[in-house]
Design a protein around this ligand. Structure first.
Ligand code: ADP
Ligand code: ASP
Ligand code: MG
Length: 404
């Protein structure tokens, strides 16, 4: 008998029919002899809708109240799944994050799990019942409800799988696994049967939405067996493995487009020690997550610095950069939302020269200008104009022979 944590995401519980199908899926798994712990995310686009409601109602949006609001989406879906299970004769108990024992820090909207004390989850399992845990939430050390952040239900599932010493953590979603690129952009994207933690982490860090990056980190740190699969079929999905099992690694695993970043350029900066330190310290202290940074070659002691930040942080980043620009006598600041970052990821590129050259040639052949470049040992990313994102993704997917 296997103990499996199964997480169902937005689309998978998007309406009443889908919820009944999830319940039926769980019933079948139990009939097969498995013990199931469920983690449920908010229905469809409910998290976005709750955030929009908050924006319509409030300018201040206090963190404590925001978290109480957003986590309600998961609790509602959880109760509905439980009811559908009861209808099928499957005993089940819905549990809030707090009831499931998720203790977090006090960082509202992006709380970190400190500890999981899953007495009630274990008690339900011991009683032959299905614990149905509301994802992406916990209770803080100050006794307030906390939200783990966007995509936090994946993290709930993986962390719970580790704590319960489960045989596997299955993340069910609206595609059948992790693909060579976003299947919405390339219809011939290929499902990967296995992928290494390092590659998946790199992909999620540069914008692959599935699974949430934090959940991959937790799974890698604690050796949780992770299976990303379809909520609509029983086919095998993608298993995340410690290392690539085959002797010959493919050079490139995936092309990951990301249109959620924006770029800031500060122009006319004195090229002397300490200038970048002042700017990036101010940004870091404000919690802005800077990704790519490029400093131009200086001309007569003056240079430009460009960097990317998540689009949601652009207003704050622009404000901070303008203040710093005045202090250090820079000549101007521009913010550019219309960028895309396209990344190639593959552990095999460590031992294969020429990947960057092929990437740049492919983009050039399509008349796509590269504005910034960054690399890691297993990734190359280019910033380009956002309206070229789909063309670049399709061209690179083809150039590196990733299609099925
Ligand atoms: P869920 O709501 O189930 O947690 P998300 O909606 O956050 O899942 O993410 C699933 C979506 O991610 C898919 O519909 C797919 O279009 C998109 N996606 C983008 N890139 C990839 C990729 N490389 N592999 C799989 N899915 C991807
Ligand atoms: N519903 C939340 C979100 O969309 C949490 C999650 O699904 O993981 O971000
Ligand atoms: Mg989703």
């Amino acid at each position: 008998m296997a103990l499996v944590v199964q997480k169902f995401g937005g689309t998978s519980v998007g309406n009443a029919d889908r919820i009944r199908e999830v319940a039926d899926h769980v019933r079948r798994c139990r009939d097969r002899g498995d013990q199931v712990v469920l983690v449920i995310s908010a229905m469809g686009k409910e998290t976005d809708e709750l955030l929009a409601l908050a924006t319509a109602v409030s300018q201040t949006q206090p963190g404590r109240e925001m978290d109480m609001l957003i986590t309600a989406g998961e609790r509602k879906a959880c109760a509905l799944v439980c009811m559908a299970l009861h209808d099928l004769g499957v005993p089940a108990d819905s549990l809030t994050g707090s009831q499931a024992g998720f203790i977090t820090d006090t960082n509202h909207s992006n709380a970190k799990i400190l500890e999981i004390v899953p007495h009630r989850v274990r008690a339900a399992l011991d009683a032959g019942r299905v614990p149905v845990v509301a994802g992406a939430q916990g209770v803080s050390t100050d006794d307030d409800v906390t939200f783990l952040g966007r995509g936090g239900s994946d993290t709930t599932a993986v962390a719970l799988a580790h704590t319960l010493n489960a045989d596997a953590c299955e993340l069910y979603t609206d595609v059948s696994g992790v693909f060579t690129t976003d299947p919405r952009v390339c219809t011939d994207a290929r499902k990967l049967l296995t992928i290494s933690f390092d590659e998946l982490l790199e992909m999620t860090a540069v914008g692959c939405p599935k699974p949430a990056m934090r959940s991959v980190e937790v799974a890698q740190n604690y050796g949780v067996k992770l299976h990303i699969r379809s909520a609509f079929t029983w086919e095998q999905g993608t298993w995340v493995a410690k290392e690539e099992p085959s002797m010959e690694q493919p050079i490139i695993r995936s092309v990951t487009p990301d249109t959620s970043e924006a770029k800031i350029t500060i122009a006319g900066v004195a090229d002397r020690p300490g200038v970048a330190a002042i700017l990036f310290r101010e940004l870091a202290d404000a919690g802005v997550n800077v990704d790519m940074i490029v400093q131009n070659a200086s001309e007569r002691g003056i240079t430009d610095i460009s960097f990317t930040v998540p689009e949601g942080d652009i207003d704050m980043a622009e404000r901070i950069t303008r203040t710093v620009a005045e202090d250090i006598g820079a000549t101007g600041v521009t913010a550019d939302r219309a960028i895309a970052r396209i990344s190639l990821v593959g552990a095999g590129m460590k031992s294969h020269p020429g990947v960057a050259a092929t990437m740049f040639e492919t983009l050039s052949k399509h008349g796509i200008n590269i504005e910034m470049i960054s690399t890691s040992p297993i990734r190359i990313s280019c910033v380009i104009r956002q309206d070229h994102a789909d063309t670049a993704t399709q061209a690179l997917h083809q150039a590196f022979d990733l299609a099925q």
